[in-house]
Design a protein around this ligand. Structure first.
Ligand code: SF4
Length: 371
């Protein structure tokens, strides 16, 4: 059995390491690319959301590299994620691929977790409960560390003295992490790049604009899909922060376990004056995190969603009220396979100009750069 899985931004690092630790043959799909998008778009329903299409592209590319089994988590919430695995399975079988699908419906309760454990235990040749729990615990730590490394890049990039150093390290890291195996080597490499990032010369006193990024999780974590929004912002001298990550998603889902740290309650509480109940996906997180970023003094918010994303359309309808009542500028970017990078970048540049102008008005009483 050779397992492949959806790439999902940097999440592939953890999934790959977990499967390797459990001695399961793993085929990491290539990084998402134009080819992934074209394959996914060709074989998916036209109006389904982009994450679905990229998944299909990932599967086909994983199979081309030798995989015979697809591992996919799925859900049962009020958005399309609930039908991802069953519909994707039908599509792959229709295309003539003779593959097995391993899916886990839910792991947000004890029954779901047991089912997930049974799947991993069977695939790993009965490694047993201790080994599997220990591997998952380390996997969660690895997820956290990968996200923390990304956060550090977003802090250093707008302040670096020599432009391009962070981008260069990010590419080097990507090229190396795919070659290492298991947790020990992955943690060591992350540690090495942490040190390298910390040794970059920066302008510590630079007063940078801060933007919080909210929206649909897959679009936030997959740089190919969000057209490298964090890198673009960093190179414009803006510090950005990604509100939703895979580690936060896992922590939120497992928050019924007492030892798991999650900020879900805080996010839901922040959202409650505007949205009292979850609407699927990360719709409620978009609202809650927008309000939390405002409280933390961020200058603006970028809201990113794939075209036709149901939960984020609900959130989108609420954001103009928050923008007006809380006096925080919000830019919404809707992404599909036709999105052009030039127009996307121009909108981000115009938004950053607006935030700079607001900052000047606040600091000097007038917009000095435009006068
Ligand atoms: S949250 Fe939106 S983009 Fe993600 S699976 Fe659901 S409908 Fe699709």
């Amino acid at each position: 059995m050779k397992i492949t899985f959806p790439h999902m931004g940097n999440t592939y690092i953890t999934i790959k390491a977990i499967l390797e630790e459990l001695d399961i043959d793993v085929v990491c799909p290539p990084k998402c690319s134009k080819k992934t998008m074209e394959l996914g778009t060709k074989y998916s329903p036209e109006f389904v959301c982009m994450p679905f299409k990229l998944n299909i592209g990932n599967y086909i590319e994983g199979i081309e590299k030798g995989a015979d089994t697809i591992f996919m988590l799925t859900g049962c919430g009020p958005c399309r994620f609930g039908i991802f695995s069953s519909l994707q399975k039908e599509i792959m079988l229709d295309l003539g691929y003779k593959i097995d699908f391993i899916t886990s419906d839910r792991f947000s309760n004890i029954e779901g977790l047991k089912e997930f454990y049974n799947l991993l235990n069977k695939a790993s040749g009965k490694k047993g409960v201790f080994k599997i729990l220990n591997t998952l615990k380390k996997g969660l730590k690895l997820l956290d560390e990968v996200d923390e490394l990304n956060d550090l890049m977003n802090k250093v990039r707008p302040r670096e003295i020599k432009k391009g150093e962070v981008d260069h390290l990010a590419i080097e890291f990507e090229n190396e992490i795919i070659t290492v195996q298991g947790f020990k080597a992955s943690f060591a490499l992350i540690d090495e790049y942490n040190q390298k990032l910390k040794s970059i010369e920066i302008d510590k006193d630079k007063d940078v604009i801060k933007i919080g990024i909210v929206g649909e999780i897959y679009t936030l974590i997959e740089n190919y899909l969000n057209l490298n929004v964090e890198k673009k912002l960093g190179n414009m001298g803006v510090e950005s922060h990604r509100s939703t990550t895979t580690s936060k998603f896992v922590r939120d889902t497992l928050d019924f376990i007492p030892l798991i740290r999650s900020d879900k309650k805080q996010v839901y509480k922040a959202a409650s004056p505007y949205l009292a109940t979850p609407v699927g996906g990360h719709g409620i997180h978009t609202i809650g995190n927008t309000l939390l970023y405002k409280e933390q003094g961020y200058d603006g918010i970028i809201h990113i969603l794939p075209f036709t994303c149901m939960p984020e359309i609900v959130a989108r309808s609420i954001l103009p009220t928050i923008e007006r009542e809380k006096d925080i500028p919000i830019l919404t970017l809707v992404i599909d396979e036709m999105t052009g990078e030039g127009g996307y970048e121009t909108r981000i540049e115009a938004f950053v100009d607006l935030l700079n102008k607001r900052r000047e008005v606040k600091d000097y009483g007038k917009a000095i750069s435009w006068n």
